[in-house]
Design a binder for this molecule. Structure first.
Ligand code: HEM
Length: 461
């Protein structure tokens, strides 16, 4: 990357340095939230891949070119800090990874052991079984509401994986949230509270209701943790919570404080459940709109899984061998990125490639811009999975559905594994048709609208 030149306080920028184009406008926040895709495309066409806005107040600079994204994502403890809106930070809570930059690396490292590598290998049979069982409940032929149908299954996969609990009503007896349905509803209210623009802690605002839901969810997590601690033998490889509790028992003064454990349970389930559901439903939509890939994908499934019985466990080697499937998932993430990266606030002014990024401004590295730059992706408007097959060299700062640098998504590997297993089942068990285009909820996460239905049939249509 080009050198990032960090200015000392009061230092004059080198001659010829220019500010990013465009003046911030007070309407920018509304325009961005109403339709981030349109906002990004419009300004990209007019001003290029780096431009100033007034999104979330102050000056917020959107960046899309790989060097600028790299600069934005690697400034932690040098020239940036996380700079999300206050309401969002409050929803994340004081024990989230974002709140303590000094402890971030250590905490992230400790959490990684429950969300990557060996841990995921152990989760694969469970993910496979639940998805297989739950898909039996889909109709043999008919229409389904795409996002809700997938979300329901993702929830059932992820709750046991992350919390190690059962989802039958009997398990919820004596817990502060009395059923799976109420737990899901509580998460929805929590979700809606993110980016609530009115910062009033009142039941009349989405933010206020979100905070109430957060408190309920934390009480729920505390009760679940008590129950899990009472188990005679906790197996750290069985689920994410067990991993944290075993580490805590081994090292009571270590990374895993009670607050951290509770909050990670809350946030991991939040992130994984909505983001993965969004990704799988967008994948089904994109592949359905580009049926030329369906035949190839099915041929790949047939080759990789010799045994057609999906009740047998799906080995991680088989998943690795599904390269075309992986490429379609990655191309879905490129064309329909679920979210931008977290905002970074500049704690020092920096200069990169002759552009001045002033102290106090916020940076947003936007996949909605980066992923459609022709210098990063030829014919960016075309759904072309081949760009992710062998030989396709993609700059890691040009492709940022999971962010990058210090705060890169901790669940990227889990998200890919769950999505690939889900997609593999769908390819083998169902055919589907996309008859009309859908609209997306755009913010805070991009996802297909709940009322969008598609025709499916078991076997081939
Ligand atoms: C399709 C699925 C997902 C997408 C698109 C996604 C995307 C992202 C993005 C864009 C970031 C911000 C990165 C940045 O600001 O640089 C992030 C951070 C994070 N994600 Fe994900 N995510 C997904 C799934 C998950 C899952 C399944 C988990 C955990 C179970 C997870 C846990 C996290 C955590 C803990 C962070 C904060 C990391 C840090 O601050 O160091 N995500 N994710």
């Amino acid at each position: 990357m080009s050198d990032v030149f960090i200015l000392n306080t009061g230092q004059t920028p080198p001659e010829g340095t220019r500010k990013p184009p465009r003046q911030p406008r007070w309407t920018d926040t509304f325009a961005y939230i109403a339709n981030p895709d349109q906002f990004c495309r419009h300004n990209l066409n007019r001003y290029g891949s780096i431009f100033s806005t007034g999104v979330f107040g102050g000056t917020t600079i959107f960046v899309g070119s790989a060097p600028a994204v790299q600069m934005a994502l690697n400034g932690d403890l040098h020239y940036t800090e996380i700079g999300l809106p206050t309401t969002t930070m409050t929803m994340f809570g004081e024990h989230s990874l974002f709140q303590r930059p000094d402890l971030h690396r250590q905490r992230k490292q400790a959490l990684r052991s429950g969300l990557a590598g060996q841990a995921i290998q152990g989760y694969i049979p469970k993910i496979n079984t639940v998805i297989g069982q739950r898909l039996q409940e889909w109709p043999t032929q008919g229409k389904i509401a795409l996002f809700p149908a997938i979300e329901q299954i993702c929830f059932d996969v992820l709750v046991p994986l992350l919390l190690g609990i059962e989802l039958e009503d009997a398990y919820f007896q004596g817990l502060p949230i009395g059923s799976k349905t109420s737990l899901k509803q509580c998460y929805k209210t929590f979700f809606d509270g993110f980016y609530g623009l009115l910062p009033w802690k009142s039941p009349l605002t989405a933010f206020g209701r979100g905070l109430q839901a957060r408190a309920m969810l934390i009480a729920f997590m505390q009760a679940v943790i008590r129950r899990r601690r009472a188990e005679t033998q906790l197996d750290p490889s069985s689920d994410f919570l067990a991993m944290m509790l075993v580490s805590q028992q081994a090292e009571p003064d270590g990374v895993f404080t009670n607050d951290l454990v509770e909050n990670q349970c809350l946030l991991q389930l939040w992130a994984s459940h909505y983001e993965i559901s969004g990704l799988v439903s967008s994948w089904m939509y994109q592949v359905g709109r580009h049926p030329q890939f369906l035949a190839e994908l099915r041929a790949e499934q047939a080759t990789v899984i010799q045994d057609a019985s999906l009740s047998t466990s799906l080995a991680s080697d088989s998943l690795k061998a599904m390269t075309l499937l992986e490429a379609t998932v990655k191309e879905t993430l490129r064309t329909l990125p679920p979210t931008s990266t977290a905002n970074r606030r500049l704690t020092q002014s920096v200069v990169l490639d002759g552009v001045l990024y002033e102290k106090g401004c916020t940076l947003i590295a936007e996949p909605r811009i980066a992923h459609i730059l022709p210098e990063h992706f030829a014919h960016p408007e075309v759904f072309e999975p081949a760009r992710f097959l062998d030989g396709g060299e993609i700059d890691k700062y040009a492709y940022i559905p999971f962010g990058g640098g210090v705060h890169a998504c901790l669940g990227a590997q889990l998200a890919m594994v769950v999505s690939k297993i889900f997609a593999s089942h769908l390819l083998q068990e169902f055919d589907w048709q996309i008859e009309e285009t859908t609209q997306f909820v755009q913010f805070p996460l991009k996802k297909i609208k709940n009322n969008y239905r598609i025709a499916i049939a078991r076997g081939r249509l």
